[in-house]
Design a protein around this ligand. Structure first.
Ligand SMILES: O=P(O)(O)OC[C@H]1O[C@H](OP(=O)(O)OP(=O)(O)O)[C@H](O)[C@@H]1O
Ligand code: HPA
Ligand SMILES: [Mg+2]
Length: 177
């Protein structure tokens, strides 16, 4: 990757951990006595998903779906959501929570909501670590949100730019020089 960028610290590792615990607690209380089927949206949600499931106390299964719309060296969506790999199990009679790293324009989640709701889950909710409401193009809302953030391109904790930075334990704003 070219070195024409710098990272501005934004959300500390400890603050992410605290928020993930809170989300896990909220979800555990809401689904007490029930079972859950969590669907992670690859690749961005994989780290968040791994931490979140360990904070949820109700019995649960995990699956993943892979889609992509931000392709290459860009901070703008292509506007076209591509399904790369589908879930491995039916969703009928499951309490589904779709787990996302970020809701930005909302095009990815709006595509996924339409795709999955026709499979007749018992219930369907969305949990997103980050929400960037200023950029919304589709009418979509997550029921569980970690942090509401301004219109900045962020990386780390699973979020990438051109495939890089997912491994950073904190979330930073990517700025170009
Ligand atoms: O609300 P939107 O504007 O649609 O943006 C959010 C989506 O974009 C990113 O995925 P991306 O297409 O970059 O794939 P990735 O998860 O593999 O990085 C992110 O992980 C969300 O899934
Ligand atoms: O701010 C972002 N960072 C990384 N990936 C993204 N996909 C949508 N918005 C973002
Ligand atoms: Mg991405």
């Amino acid at each position: 990757m070219k070195e024409n960028y710098y990272l501005e610290p934004f959300i500390k590792k400890e603050d992410i951990q605290k928020k993930v615990k809170e989300l896990g607690k909220m979800i555990s209380e809401d689904y007490r006595g029930e079972e859950l089927f969590l669907v992670g949206v690859l690749k961005g949600s994989w780290i968040f998903m791994a931490d979140l499931v360990r904070e949820i106390e109700v019995p649960l299964e995990v699956s993943f779906i892979s889609v992509s719309s931000y392709v290459g060296e860009t901070t703008k969506t292509s506007g076209v959501v591509r399904l790369l790999c589908d879930i491995d199990k039916p969703l009928s009679n499951k309490n589904v929570i779709l787990v996302e790293d970020i809701v930005d324009t909302g095009l990815t989640l709006s595509y996924l909501k339409k795709l999955l709701e026709v499979r007749k889950p018992k219930s369907f909710k969305i949990c997103a670590l980050l929400d960037k409401p200023e950029r919304r193009m589709a009418d979509i809302k997550a029921e569980y949100v970690g942090f509401t953030i301004p219109d900045e391109f962020v990386v780390g904790y699973g979020l990438d730019y051109n495939g890089y930075f997912r491994n950073l334990p904190e979330i930073s704003i990517l700025r170009f020089k």
